[in-house]
Design a protein around this ligand. Sequence first.
Ligand code: F6R
Length: 241
Amino acid sequence: MYKIFNTVEEVSAYTSQCILKTIQEKPNAVLGLATGSTMKPVYAHLVQKLQNNPVDVSQLTTFNLDEYLGLSGEHAQSYNYFMCEHLFNRLGSPIGRYNLPNGLAEDIEAACQAYSDIIKQVGGLDLQLLGIGSNGHIGFNEPYTSFSSRTHLIELTEQTRLDNSRFFTDKSQMPTHAITLGIQDILEAKEILLVATGSNKAEIMAELYASDVNEALPASVLKQHSKVTIVLDKEAAALLP
Ligand code: F6R
């Protein structure tokens, strides 16, 4: 299902309302969260909504999609830092439990497996929030990642490194690898919201719309899920038929 809005503000208001609804209906919900520019206004709206409609977040559990390899949570470009800055530290009361892949884990493989296992142990993701890369990645599942993948270490493509180096003042510090939730983990979420805004997402959204399900375009796997909403502003939707 597509929801197309005129502005980023409307996209963010709608998306944050869906998140709020999930928390109101299930205070012990498990949320899958994303980072990136698309999510900044979404979290700003969510923070506002949680201030206006106080709900108990003490039983909430969140799992972020990804984290750069080699960055500690204190690094300003780490996704841990992003989440604290844009969401967790802005809430009136602390969230029950939040999780991100550990970019400094000594045994990456074991840490990855544990990440997917913990999600299962807590009953799976009730709602997964996704952005999309200009190459169609979801999480950091780059093109040709297996659809049966679980949390894993991935080498970022040139395209992703180029796109995301905008956040690094010293471009040479842009990590080459990241840990990401796998595609199978994402697909097991009960509900998925994919959000894309801006003209730089118009081409990939048109490609996704027209594409069959194939590993060259990771987001195309969402066509196999029964409860996905694609939330776009008119710029990202500009090339849709
Ligand atoms: C981030 C993530 C990525 C981003 C995607 C879009 O946690 O999983 O898939 O959602 O790269 O990033 P922005 O929103 O910066 O265009």
